[in-house]
Design a protein around this ligand. Structure first.
Ligand SMILES: Cc1cc2nc3c(=O)[nH]c(=O)nc-3n(C[C@H](O)[C@H](O)[C@H](O)COP(=O)(O)OP(=O)(O)OC[C@H]3O[C@@H](n4cnc5c(N)ncnc54)[C@H](O)[C@@H]3O)c2cc1C
Length: 424
């Protein structure tokens, strides 16, 4: 098939080999129609990938099958994966009850719980690229493309660069939209023995759920893989000390019957959306483009969207449209990720069973900043209006069929389930 944009997309670079970079390189290799395109996969092996990121959304199941050409069952087994049908919330909201946020259609649609390292490996196997192990110093836009400057190597010019270098070092209000209405900024990760047994001759079919358990200092995720179970305590280091969190984590694991664990990492994180995700020549993807705490596992699905939008547009539209398309794509991506941000922050709106310092801060001080942070004048898109529309819709006594498929980052069904669960 002749794709009108492919002629202007001869030489492409992907910088970074974490989840986002591996997805981008595999997508270029799979979607580019001309076998003689050049793909450089660049990373600095001295800078480790973040490596967490074990929950996903259902679109990943189809996507991995397309990128690898392997059957679903084989993909799941290669990832030490289980089938995630949703998120099971414990202790959230004002009703003091457990509830589940199912993917739609409920109990049919599933995503993966997966090992992030194994997914990157699997994607790299099916990607034909020249690998360059070097530190990138700068990526700058130049006439008709972008230039990458390396430490110790000559600079190279590309038609398109995917920048997947992970979190920015610090947030700059000119470049980043601060979404700290999401009240957490640090995670403690522990790895524990598996609670799901691997099957002898096929993938695990039993439905599984990510547990999101409210705790006095934040919440704990529990992600069951076949090789281990991942636990993470998500909290705010400005409200609770690491010592307090570790000791509550110990108490939780003991109550859960877990007697041994391996301490993996303490990871601080920012909550932000980059104002310039795509400028026509450089596409920021993954944690370089945006980040928010992992409550609804929105990072991999965001990277899928960023990569898919940019690649499809560059391949399917002729280069004359580039200047006009790029700001629209940029705004669309910012809007979508801000919608995710509002959806995630809203989970804190009704507090939890704990009347602790963290939960008072989350509900009364952090979440209440969302309107200012997402002000359309300041962010250049209308995510806030879409969010307000969604909240109004779920407050209606009857929701007409014409509205059932409405989305604000996630479908109306997700808003309805969280609203009922929280007692909003
Ligand atoms: C606690 C926690 C839990 C999470 N859980 C989930 C989840 O359940 N679901 C989900 O979707 N997401 C989750 N995430 C998000 C997860 O981090 C991302 O999905 C994913 O890891 C994307 O990372 P990345 O590829 O953008 O960056 P990274 O993994 O940080 O990779 C960066 C890459 O860039 C390279 N690099 C960096 N600087 C340079 C340079 N100067 N030159 C050359 N190379 C460079 C590095 O070598 C590396 O290869 C979670 C995050 C955290 C913190």
């Amino acid at each position: 098939m002749i794709l009108p944009g492919s002629k202007s997309l001869r030489k492409i670079a992907v910088v970074g080999r974490g989840t986002a970079g591996s997805l981008a390189a595999a997508s270029v290799a799979r979607l580019h129609p001309d076998s003689d395109h050049e793909l450089h996969h660049i990373y600095d092996s001295r800078i480790p990938v973040i490596g967490v990121g074990e929950g996903s959304w259902p679109s990943l199941v189809e996507h991995l099958q397309q990128l690898t050409g392997l059957p679903h069952e084989a993909v799941q087994q290669r990832l030490n994966g289980t089938r995630k049908y949703g998120v099971a919330f414990e202790g959230w909201g004002r009703c003091n009850r457990h509830f589940t946020h199912y993917f739609t259609p409920q109990q049919v649609s599933y995503a993966y719980h997966l090992s992030a390292d194994l997914m990157a490996e699997l994607l790299q196997e099916s990607t034909r690229a020249r690998h360059i192990d070097a530190r990138v110093l700068n990526i700058t836009r130049v006439e008709g493309g972008a230039q990458v400057e390396f430490e110790g190597l000559a600079p190279e010019r590309y038609d398109l660069v995917f920048d997947a270098r992970g979190f920015p070092r610090e947030l700059d209000p000119d470049q980043h939209i601060d979404i700290s209405f999401i009240p957490t900024n640090t995670s403690v990760i522990r790895r524990c023995p598996p609670i799901i047994n691997e099957e002898q001759d096929g993938p695990v079919l039993k439905p599984t759920y990510t547990r999101a358990v409210a705790r006095p200092h934040g919440w704990i995720f529990v992600i069951p893989l076949t090789a281990h179970t991942s636990y993470g305590y998500i909290f705010n280091r400005d409200v609770s000390s690491l010592g307090e969190v570790e000791s509550d984590f110990d108490a939780f694991l003991e109550a859960d019957g877990v007697s041994e664990y391996e301490q993996r990492a303490v990871i601080p994180f920012p909550n932000f959306v980059h104002r310039q995700i795509y400028d026509g020549a450089v596409a920021r993807i993954g944690n370089a483009a945006a980040f928010m705490e992992p409550l609804e596992a929105t990072a991999i699905v965001s990277a899928q969207l960023q990569i898919g939008m940019v690649l499809h547009l560059r391949l399917n539209r002729s280069v004359e449209h580039l200047e006009r398309d790029s700001p629209l794509v940029n705004r669309f991506l910012i809007n979508n990720i801000l919608c995710y941000g509002l959806f995630v922050g809203w989970h804190y709106a009704c507090g939890s069973t704990y009347d602790s310092e963290f939960w008072r801060y989350a509900r009364d001080r952090a979440w209440t900043k969302f309107r200012k942070a997402a002000d359309p004048e300041l962010v250049g898109c209308d995510a806030l209006r879409k969010f307000d529309d969604m909240i109004e819709l779920i407050s209606q006594p009857v929701i007409g069929k014409a509205d059932w498929n409405r989305m604000c980052g996630v479908p109306l069904t997700s808003y309805a389930q969280i609203s009922q669960g929280l007692g909003y």
